[in-house]
Design a protein around this ligand. Structure first.
Ligand code: AMP
Ligand code: FE
Ligand code: FE
Ligand code: ZN
Length: 289
């Protein structure tokens, strides 16, 4: 390995931009990461690789290492499952087709949620469009921003705790591949699949350990354990599972700009684990400064 090909920590491998539901464009996300002392980052927008070029360029100009990533939406029954996909080939035909399908379905789904909300609140689809960057992966956060703009809630957190919560009856799920398909697609695209925030509560609750074991057989590389939404009990269980199967464990912020309180670098991934991700990914290459 050449000297200049070494990355340096601290590393935060889970950040979102306006290409999905973050509030800052990729360049600003990278600047925020830099301001928080990070040296290696991954951009992991939901179901899109659109922000890579801009983030890679900004990283290089700030002397940081950029690792290409994506957060692929999946579903296990009623559960949301998010699969972080590092170093995938952005042109892999199957993965591209699947992410395009997900992004398209997310639009119709968001329109249905807005139609439901509009029965009780003065909210139009145009309000959501006004909060969404062109081409971005649409999600409930954009509806939340529209509700904030209309003055119905103070921030995204309040929207998710109230109007956007499934118990309120406006919620519609979006279509997504099952976790077995998601892991297979990422592996086939040369990527390193790691389950994002695998041990949260609510609709993101942890999948049964038997399913996790099956995913490991298919090439699941590891778990994002240090994440503010994982429960302590869940972290312990997954750390033990990771130890037994010699899996990668990561820690990250899941930064969404002003959309969440999460700050770059609030959790980080060790150099040893970043090195394992870099060794394993073959679909695209990190960009060194
Ligand atoms: P969706 O995939 O459209 O159902 O929206 C889920 C997204 O909303 C996740 O990617 C989170 O980033 C975001 N999200 C979930 N809960 C909250 C919250 N309480 N505050 C802000 N953003 C949230
Ligand atoms: Fe998000
Ligand atoms: Fe997520
Ligand atoms: Zn995320």
């Amino acid at each position: 390995m050449q000297e200049r090909r070494r990355f340096e920590g601290p590393s935060d491998l889970h950040l979102h931009s306006t290409r999905s539901d973050g509030t800052e464009p990729p360049q600003m996300v990278v600047q925020a990461a830099h301001d928080h002392g990070l040296r290696t980052i991954a951009l992991t927008d939901h179901d899109t690789t659109d922000g890579w070029a801009e983030a890679a360029e900004a990283s290089a100009s700030l002397g940081m290492t950029f690792i290409p990533g994506m957060e692929l939406s999946a579903a296990h029954g009623w559960r949301n499952v998010h699969v972080l996909a590092y170093l995938i080939d952005p042109d892999d035909a199957e993965l591209r087709a699947e992410t395009e399908r997900i992004r398209e379905d997310r639009v119709g789904r968001a329109e249905r949620i807005v139609a439901n909300i509009s029965r009780d609140y003065d909210l139009q689809w145009e309000d959501v469009l006004a909060q969404t960057s062109a081409g971005a992966t649409v999600g409930r956060p954009h509806i939340a921003d529209a509700l904030v703009a209309r003055g119905f809630v103070r921030d995204r957190g309040e929207a998710f705790a109230g109007i956007l919560h499934p118990r309120e009856g406006y919620f519609v799920p979006h279509d997504a591949p099952d976790p077995w398909t998601a892991v297979r697609l990422v592996v086939a695209a040369g990527g390193v699949p790691i389950i994002a925030h695998p041990a949260t509560s609510g609709r993101d609750r942890m999948m049964p350990l038997g399913v996790m074991a099956e995913l490991v057989e298919l090439g699941l590389a590891g778990f994002e354990i240090d994440h503010r939404e994982n429960t302590e009990a869940g972290k312990r269980t997954l750390r033990e599972l990771a130890r037994r199967h010699d899996l990668i464990v990561t820690g990250s912020s899941d930064y969404h700009g002003r959309g969440k309180p999460n700050l770059p670098g609030e959790n980080t991934t060790s150099d040893a684990m970043v090195a394992r991700i870099l060794e394993r990914g073959t679909g695209s290459a990190p960009v060194y400064p």
